[in-house]
Design a protein around this ligand. Structure first.
Ligand code: A3P
Length: 304
């Protein structure tokens, strides 16, 4: 794919651009692999795909889904030694980076992958498979604030930090990796309504408020039902922010081979409503108005 043929827009700093593909803004370093995923990934019916817009709870869902599926084989121990992103690889970041085939694709059931690729780009792949998709989303204001913090963890942010007011403008314009956020969420939301047996849609806030109920539902959806609430509680506890963020592997300042930011940048605060500490009343109203227009008008009363 020749990037010079794609529309591009400045995103962060003077030299950071996003490129537009199929109505979505993508980071240049992942465009080739996204193309490979779209073209070559053939999910098996037993595959589980965890889809999300960045900074909406992907790391948490990775650990939860991994624990649900592998709870009989000491998932807790494996989570204590491995970062969730190394246990559940991201298709376009760790799997289809140089090759057209997903490794270890043969004879393996219940493979778990994740992706940030919007449904609109991945529709043929997902529509032609009976695989299960779990989509997590998060309210736009916390997502924006989490993204802003995450980007400022980049080494180059020491030289030119990303100003919050610029991050807000870009978010509202839909200019963020895999954005527009609203289109990303609505793509999977609609899919979950059309194919409820294959697609499980959950919000970060729902999981925060009542993890037991939703993790139990998730277990049933994935075909790994729990035998009692004690088992559910065990999984919820082992994947809590407090437990996971204290493991050495997740506190590490080292960066993985597949990403420029350290392992610990995926664990910051894990709160609902942290945006209130950063966004003014006017900004909150600005984003809420956008949310009403993009979500509420389509019958999805979420995010304000
Ligand atoms: P904050 O920046 O608001 O703290 P993603 O995994 O999609 O990149 O999202 C990262 C966000 O999820 C961060 O939010 C991070 O702290 C939070 N997070 C990571 N692990 C979590 C967990 N086990 N429970 C709740 N939130 C978690």
């Amino acid at each position: 794919m020749d990037l010079s043929t794609l529309p591009k827009e400045n995103w962060w700093g003077d030299h950071d651009y996003l490129y537009k593909v199929g109505g979505f803004w993508l980071l240049p370093q992942f465009i080739q692999s996204i193309y490979r995923v779209v073209k070559y990934f053939k999910p098996m019916p037993s595959d589980i795909i965890l889809a999300s817009y960045p900074k909406t709870g992907t790391t948490w869902l990775k650990s939860l889904v991994f624990s649900i599926v592998h709870r009989s084989s000491n998932s807790k121990h494996r989570l204590s030694l491995n970062h969730p992103h190394d246990l559940v690889p991201t298709l376009e970041v760790q799997v289809f980076t140089t090759s057209n085939i997903a490794p270890s694709s043969e004879n393996q059931s219940n493979r778990i992958f994740s992706t940030h690729i919007p449904y609109q780009l991945l529709s043929e792949t997902l529509d032609s498979s009976e695989c299960r998709v779990v989509y997590v989303t998060r309210n736009p204001k916390d997502t924006l604030v989490s993204t802003w913090h995450f980007v400022n963890k980049w080494k180059k942010a020491m030289d030119y930090p990303w100003q919050l007011n610029l991050a807000i403008d870009k978010f509202c314009q839909g200019l963020s990796p895999c954005g527009p956020y609203y289109d990303h969420v609505m793509g999977y939301k609609k899919l979950s309504m059309e194919r409820p047996t294959n697609v499980f849609f959950i919000t970060y806030e729902e999981l925060r408020v009542d993890p037991i109920t939703h993790v139990k539902r998730l277990g049933e959806f994935l075909g790994f039902p729990f035998e009692g609430d004690e088992q559910v509680q065990e999984v919820v506890n082992s994947c809590s922010f407090e437990v996971l963020s204290n493991y050495e592997v997740n506190r590490s300042e080292e960066s993985p081979t597949w990403f420029q930011l350290p392992y610990n940048s995926f664990f910051r605060k894990g709160d609902v409503g942290d945006h209130k500490n950063y966004l003014s009343d006017e900004t909150i109203e600005r984003i809420d108005a956008l949310t009403r227009q993009k979500f509420h008008s389509l019958g999805f009363n979420y995010g304000t």
